[in-house]
Write a protein that binds this ligand. Structure first.
Ligand SMILES: *Cc1c(COP(=O)(O)O)cnc(C)c1O
Length: 227
């Protein structure tokens, strides 16, 4: 498939290790049948945004080895189903949500992989922890500290959905900021967080250039979503 080649080419163009970038297929609004087709071609990780929609597909695709990632906004009354049905959650920004997922993660499953969502833009409305002021930056360090005490969660790294910019350098600069924050966390807490979940259909090449390890792609894989 062309997308896989594009990812390979970007890895080599930007001197990334071969296979260091994983494609997360974002399957919101796509049918179970369509997901199954892509899974048969070898794609094993899928990302979903809406819990109710995801639970139906997860149940219809129980016979597959698909690894499910939750990448949507989390309401605290929905954490149990997320803890029971997903391997990864990319959108953590509050201690309370993390604590609930930790407490609700079933014993028979491995620890839930977690990314903290960072807001790299300045609009107040978007989700994620802002780094533009000291209070929020401190909140990030404090949240990391808390999550590290939660045995049923495994902190893996950072996720972001920056506003798209026409200018590739600007887009890269935002992604580079996130990579620096990850390095800072690793240094400060003596960790080896290995995940930067950045890059979507429009900007995944810039994200790969700046160290993405998971690119979350919907449209460029499935075609335009019907709304
Ligand atoms: C929809 C979505 C994507 C994929 O977007 P495309 O532009 O279709 O590739 C990635 N990440 C998140 C969080 C999304 O909601």
């Amino acid at each position: 498939m062309m997308l896989y080649n594009n990812i390979k080419n970007a890895e080599s163009q930007f001197h990334r290790e071969p296979n260091s970038v994983q494609l997360l297929a974002v399957s919101k609004t796509q049918s179970s049948q369509k997901i199954r087709e892509i899974w048969r071609e070898g794609q094993c990780t899928f990302g979903e945004n809406y819990l109710q929609e995801a639970l139906i597909k997860i149940s219809e695709l129980k016979d597959t080895n698909i690894e499910w990632h939750f990448i949507g906004a989390i309401q605290n009354n929905k954490t149990r189903k997320i803890a029971e049905n997903f391997s990864w959650v990319h959108t953590i920004e509050q201690e309370k949500t993390a604590q609930r997922l930790n407490d609700q993660r079933p014993e028979n499953l491995p620890a839930l992989n977690i990314c903290i969502e960072i807001n790299l833009d300045h609009e107040k409305t978007k989700s994620g922890i802002h780094l533009s002021n000291q209070y929020e930056s401190n909140r990030l360090f404090w949240l990391v500290e808390k999550i590290l005490t939660m045995p049923r969660l495994k902190l893996r790294g950072l996720m972001s959905i920056p506003e798209l910019s026409e200018n590739t350098d600007k887009q890269r600069a935002k992604f580079a900021t996130l990579r620096c924050v990850l390095d800072q966390l690793n240094a400060q807490f003596n960790l080896s967080l290995d995940t930067l979940s950045i890059g979507m259909s429009q900007d995944y090449v810039a994200a790969i250039a700046e160290g993405a390890t998971i690119v979350r792609i919907g449209t460029a894989l499935f075609g335009e979503r019907e709304v």
